[in-house]
Design a protein around this ligand. Sequence first.
Ligand code: GAL
Length: 430
Amino acid sequence: MGNRGLWHHTACLGVAVAALSIGSVASAAPDKGTVSVLNWWTSGSEAKSMNVLSDMLADQGYKMVNDAVSGGGGSNARTVLKSRIQSNNMPGAAQIKGPEIQQWCQAGMAMNIDEVAKQQDWSKILPGPVAKGMQCDGHFVAVPFNLHRINWVWINKSALKKAGATMPSDWNSFVAALDKLKAAGITPIAGGGDTWQVATEFDAIALATGGADFYRNAFVDLKPDALSSDTMVKALSRLRTLQKYEDANDQGLSWNHNTGAVVKGEAGMQIMGDWAKGEITNAGATPGDQVACMAMPGEHSGFVYNADSFEMFKKSNSDKAAQYAFARTALSPEFQRKFNMAKGSIPVREGVSLDGFDACAQKAQSDFEAAEKNNALVPSFSQDMAETGAVKGALFDVIAKFYNNKNMSAEAAAKQMASQAKQAKLMSSM
Ligand code: GAL
């Protein structure tokens, strides 16, 4: 992922001090404008993270209206965004990720924010592929907030101990620990049923089973050979195995409810991106201590990444100056530290110190750097980083069908993935 060698999280005192001045200059400033922000951050930790931004904007004299729409993964928020075009009520900024940034821009909706990008030198302070993803026709139209890792397992250490299990280190010891949790009457994995949560689990399994080249061939390049391969069949079989440890009654429970179950020890584990870490912290537990983090075990290591970002709209209900302030503040070192500590992610801006971040954030950072060196960084298909909505939807449909129908074989599901992804790609290019 570009020049992450520059990505030193130390020795950045100068930048941090410069950013701290934003608040003090601004608190006396009058109302300079409003920016409305459509997003899907409604859990406790997500709301807290957004408050960091509204507070920092208020300190500078800007008002942020937080248009949050519940629903993990953002499918409801996307629907609301589309309906707001119809009613001529576009927000100043909306949470949009991956290739969808380009789609909105091609539709002529995006606002050019080159001026801010130039002031802060975004091409230098952001990892190459992230900076590229924020641009359209050579102009910046979106601002990234963070880097999340998807392929994590969160494990309640006391539950594990109570069940007489030890920390797993590979696929077999992982399944053995799940067996022990089950035998002890503890729900082994929280999160069965909801398609987005199951797809997020599968995302982690796919990388661990097939590795980065396989992942890219399948989910980025949509190669039918990879989508229907024996490796995909193996990954799907592993999802079927894990399903045995999930509670069918969990259907309909949100991801953050499920994280809460792990924190309380009602469930042993959760397979989820590190926004779960935000909830763990928010619940008063220490990630890496009461709740351990482990990269999803398998034959391959790597890092499935997800950069949350906000696209700016030119015809919106917001003031341009406030939209600029929003983008500028989001990439200030002060925001990058405070926001990411609360959110569970790591800073996307280079040179921001990780001092004071928990052990799992430190591990995310070092695993990110290792994956970058080994070409093992992949954009998350389940979090909209690899494909547009239509293709992701097709993959999700097959995963849901497979999960909900225990008679469907992994081979049949893999074949369907190949054919449906191809069809969705074709349709969306028409
Ligand atoms: C993801 C998003 C994360 C987190 C999660 C659950 O799509 O990137 O930041 O909010 O949804 O809502």
